[in-house]
Design a protein around this ligand. Structure first.
Ligand code: URA
Length: 221
């Protein structure tokens, strides 16, 4: 099952605008992704299990509070390279997270067919995932969903988690349709978090209006 969450907070929307702006320099672009990672992480926390607890304050009195139980069970899997700064922001929220990486690229030389790319996976390193795990897949631009689909297929090989979150900045209706199908086929609960749904994937597989090539803008071409 797929749930789509679009973060329309003005703070997130303002950062997205900076990212879309072609004049934004590399360092500011990366910083924007880090900030959005933190915002997306905070949204995800709303879905995690919380338990009540009590602490004693320096005044020697008891104060009731909460502890986020699932925080210890988070596994972040980063689709390199563009999602690296997004993950840096996610880690500020999920500070205990175990981390994995997937090095994957769309084989753009072979072109896009029916809004699908062949995906070349060069390296996968994912920690063990169990029934209590919350997997956060970090993938900045989900244009056709081909890479995200392949990444999910790799992740589930490492065990079935309690829930799956996908942290992204811009997604498209085509990708949403693909992720809905994939989540149903895999029998997983997938919650997608993004800052915008852009309408178009162009003939080269780029999101329009989009923000360009996120990896190139964050790290250079
Ligand atoms: N990847 C990017 O970096 N940008 C797009 O528009 C699509 C995929």
């Amino acid at each position: 099952m797929l749930k789509v969450n679009i973060v329309d907070h003005p703070y997130a929307q303002a950062i997205l605008t900076t990212l879309r702006d072609r004049r934004t320099p590399q360092i500011e672009f990366r910083k924007g992704l880090v900030r959005l990672g933190r915002v997306l992480g905070l949204e995800m926390v709303k879905e995690l299990e919380v338990e009540e607890c009590e602490v004693e304050t320096p005044l020697g009195v008891r104060a009731r509070g909460v502890r986020i139980k699932d925080l210890d069970q988070v596994v972040i899997v980063t689709v390199l390279r563009a999602a690296w700064p997004l993950t840096e922001g996610l880690v500020k929220v999920f500070f205990n997270a175990k981390q994995g990486v997937i090095v994957a690229r769309r084989v753009e030389e072979k072109g896009m067919r029916d809004y699908e790319f062949e995906v070349d996976v060069a390296y996968v390193k994912v920690p063990a995932i169990g029934p209590e795990s919350t997997v956060v897949l970090s993938d900045v631009m989900v244009a056709t969903g081909s890479t995200a689909e392949r990444a999910l297929l790799e992740v589930v090989k490492h065990g079935k988690a309690k829930r799956y979150f996908l942290a992204s900045v811009i997604v498209t209706p085509i990708a949403i349709a693909r992720l809905k199908r994939v989540s149903e086929e895999l029998g997983i609960d997938l919650a997608l978090y993004a800052v915008a749904i852009d309408p178009v994937v162009n003939e080269r597989g780029y999101i329009v209006p989009g923000l360009g090539d996120a990896g190139d803008r964050a790290f250079g071409s």
